[in-house]
Design a protein around this ligand. Structure first.
Ligand SMILES: *Cc1c(COP(=O)(O)O)cnc(C)c1O
Length: 425
């Protein structure tokens, strides 16, 4: 078998010899990092299995429910399972959450009351959270309209301002929000060590302050999760890491029992809470996706590390650096031009299993400040645990690459993007 001929046949225009060498080099340089990822994946698989055995997950839990779905044992067990894995008192895991933003907004609207103060300790939150809060970007129905005050603490030089937190939290602060992942910015991604430190500083100033972690893209990247390092409540999307590529839609919230209860009244209606919500054929996908999630997350991280290695060698600024400890599955690469950002996303799309014939274009996505270009040739629409790349059309034209249900696919997409960038030079 002539490997080069196979590459020649697979990649449009062939893949230059140079890239094949680069691939081998990067894989060799980063072997230790890859081993570490496998180790974490094994530990997290044990964590999930242990919880599934303890809670005696069975075929009966995969049965679907309809209507109000009172007494749905599959739904109740799944929420127990999430609580167990996150070491939380309680959880909500629902396909009725249309996205991560919806789950995050449910926490904020569920807990905050007029006159309360919300703060962000990790700078400007993710684009879609800005319209939920409504202070930097006015929007109808936002927390601002309900009389919630808001301040945010910057991350100078992209780093957490631990000293600043002490003065920023006051006796009046109801919720301190912490975003684990970088979002569309080049700032540092938080590890659970960082979150642990933030929690201890916040609680030393105001023990009643509720620490809320936006855990999007962070699940199973490390062996610990936010609740066990001191956060009170955390939320995220089921079509990112924790859905393992199988969850068809949804979001989750984990945390203290009283806070989850408040969120549940916002999720359904006051007085109803978590006792309703039909699963409509999804249970097995959510359970099996959760079982797959540690491995799938590891595949995605390997893709991210590989991308960092390749693009660093090609002279691009990458965040994180190839060998850096990771707190999420995102790999940012500064491309510095709209043409390169577009070419990158088109390459990822072209070598996707779904909609490979489509050419992504930047568009005005609801909730986003700038035009955004997105490549997502995914089985689940827009699922970013599948190989996907996107970025806002603004300086420094960074592309945010994430996902890959298999490392093989991630590697193919990354090499094709490298080739497209070279064609522009
Ligand atoms: C993805 C993400 C969200 C929520 O996005 P959805 O597309 O609504 O799921 C929120 N915060 C961060 C940091 C994210 O990465």
């Amino acid at each position: 078998m002539d490997k080069n001929l196979l590459y020649e046949d697979f990649f449009d225009g062939g893949l230059p010899e140079k890239f094949l060498k680069l691939k081998d080099e990067v894989l060799k340089d980063l072997r230790e990092n890859f081993n570490r990822v496998d180790e974490i994946s094994e530990l997290n698989t044990m964590k999930v299995l242990k919880a599934m055995r303890k809670l005696k997950i069975s075929d009966a839990h995969f049965k679907t429910s309809t209507g109000y779905a009172y007494g749905d044992i599959g739904r109740e067990k799944l929420e127990e399972l999430f609580a167990e894995i996150f070491k939380a008192e309680s959880s909500l895991v629902r396909t009725q959450f249309v996205s991560g933003t919806h789950a995050l907004a449910t926490v904020l609207f569920g807990i905050l009351r007029p006159g309360d103060e919300l703060i962000s300790l990790t700078g400007t939150p993710y684009d879609t959270m800005q319209t939920v809060i409504g202070h930097s970007r006015p929007s109808a129905g936002s927390l601002k309209e309900f009389g919630i005050s808001y301040r945010e603490l910057d991350m100078p030089g992209g780093e957490i301002d631990f000293a600043g937190i002490k003065n920023f939290v006051t006796a009046k602060t109801k919720i301190a929000m912490v975003q684990r992942s970088r979002g569309y910015s080049m700032r540092k991604t938080l590890t659970t060590y960082d979150i642990e430190k933030i929690c201890s500083v916040v609680k030393s100033v105001n023990p009643n302050c509720i620490i809320f972690v936006d855990n999007c893209y962070g699940e199973f990247v490390e062996v610990r999760e936010p609740i066990e390092v001191g956060a009170d409540i955390a939320a995220g999307s089921l079509i990112k890491n924790i859905g393992g590529g199988l969850a068809p839609t949804g979001g989750y919230i984990v945390g203290k029992k009283d806070l989850i209860e408040l969120a549940s009244y916002r999720m359904t209606a006051p007085g109803m809470g978590n006792e309703l919500g039909a699963s409509l054929g999804t249970p097995r996908l959510l359970y099996q996706g959760l079982f797959n999630a540690p491995h799938v997350t590891a595949q995605a991280i390997k893709g991210a590390i590989f991308a960092a290695g390749i693009f660093e060698k090609l002279g691009y600024n990458t965040r994180p650096l190839p060998g850096e400890i990771r707190g999420d599955i995102i790999q940012a690469v500064e491309l510095k031009s709209p043409e390169k950002l577009t070419a990158f996303c088109r390459a990822i799309q072209k070598y996707s299993p779904v909609d490979s014939f489509a050419a992504p274009e930047a568009w005005d996505m609801p909730g986003y400040e700038n035009q955004v270009i997105m490549a997502a040739g995914t089985f689940v629409q827009g699922a970013s645990i599948e190989l996907s790349a996107d970025g806002p059309m603004r300086e420094p034209y960074a592309v945010y690459l994430q996902g890959g249900l298999t490392f093989e696919h991630a590697s193919i997409g990354i090499l094709s993007a490298a080739q497209e960038l070279q064609n522009l030079e």
